[in-house]
Write a protein that binds this ligand. Sequence first.
Ligand code: TRP
Ligand code: ZN
Length: 507
Amino acid sequence: MGSRTRLVGGIAVATLALGALGAAGAVAAPGKPGESRYTSGSSGVGDAYFPYAGNGGYDVQHYDLDLTYTPPGPDPAPLVGEFEGVATIDLVATQDLDRFNLDLRGMDVHALSVNGKPAASVAPPLAGAEVDGAAYWHVQDDAARVWELTVQPRPKLKAGQQVQVVVEYGGTTTRPRDIEGALYGWVTQRDGAMVVSEPEGSMTWYPVSDHQTDKATYSFEITVPEGKVAVANGIQPKPEETADGWTTWYWDAPDQQASYLTTASVGDFDLRDAYTSGSGVPIIDAVDTKLTATRLATTNASLGWQVDMIDFFESKFGPYPFVAYGSIVDNDSVGYALETQTRPVYSTQASEGTVAHEAAHQWFGNAVSPERWQDIWLNEGWATYATWMWNEEQGRNTAQTTYDNWYAPARTQAYWDLQIGDPGELGLFLTQVYNRGAATLHALRLDVGDDAFFEAAQLWVERYDDSAGTSEDFQAIYEEVSGEDLDDFFQVWLYDQQKPPATWTTP
Ligand code: TRP
Ligand code: ZN
């Protein structure tokens, strides 16, 4: 899909020469009439929460990731892994490009070529300085959270041109953290790696335009020590191959996929692939062989519901959007689960409520992604609301009762202060985003009625499938289907810093 070319402005990174980053906001020198104006692709897509996530000037079509990984092994070995990768990235230039960026964090680039032409590794140039010939440089500033690999292709690239970038890279894997301190990205575990990259942790394991406004397809070739299992998104196009103590696992993800939803987890997994949903979606689970008996029992029971959950959500939200489904359940923990596309990752066990939540994300978050990170309530509110619906379907509390139970208790002002329509980069995963988000959807349902509510939900998924949308886009769909003016509704529920009224009827 189209990558965004909005400029990142006003970012002061005192320790860096902005020119070295590929200059967000760079303006082309005026060309002679009829001459091309080659500019630098911007160093971010313009997401206010993560200004350096994603990149401008091109649109990625496909990532082919060829990875080799050795996990740390047991104590007392240091908790680091060895990683080597070759990323082959097919992209289309969307402007005449002098330079463009990729995001890459904590890895070293060994070699880089563009359309088969090798580029030289050079030190980051000062702002405005010329660099001779095809070159690349890598700026990594952990304190400023700036990780930018700049590529200067020669010859320069024309808008519309199909480009193949090959990056050989690697290093020692650690345990990266997101902006609020949660583990994410390529999280090294003694027996493998848990790979969960929301919101912009994919750059810890492959060179990427790390933003959901530039979705792409993926293929994987993951080589691990014999006995380890590597599980990524999608399907296995062919069986794994073992030689000389190494096993190579192949995975294909042919659906458009946001970078944060990519996984390539490694562990001691029991791979189970013998079943499908009612509508024929193949389900492939990978369950850590080291789960405790209690957790294994909980996990097996919960994963057993996946077929019914897909059937149920299809009846409400429309056809399941991808080629496959299934779960990765790791004995280790990152502290949360993630809805990685077609194959969510669970920490220590999978519980029924979480399995329902991650399944619903396949429609809300994955097929349709939040265009800006401030739109996160569209992911978490929907996934939470879908579990309210699932509980009702199972004969437990109705969605109405769950809503009433959310509404009833008195809460601190701090709870209402958080604007779920703009929670801030440190507020993405706060409870208000989930629960006020779900309550927003229930209130919307009461307001527009069941028919319009589900018709609009399906239209949202259909129209923005393989793409991304904002809260404003979402409101527009509900207005289109219901015929109501929902300005007040969304103002009150997403932004007003107080408890919304108990009942809501748009006049
Ligand atoms: N998006 C995940 C879910 O709701 C949760 C998540 C991602 C998360 N990163 C996090 C939760 C960091 C807490 C902290 O399924
Ligand atoms: Zn979620």
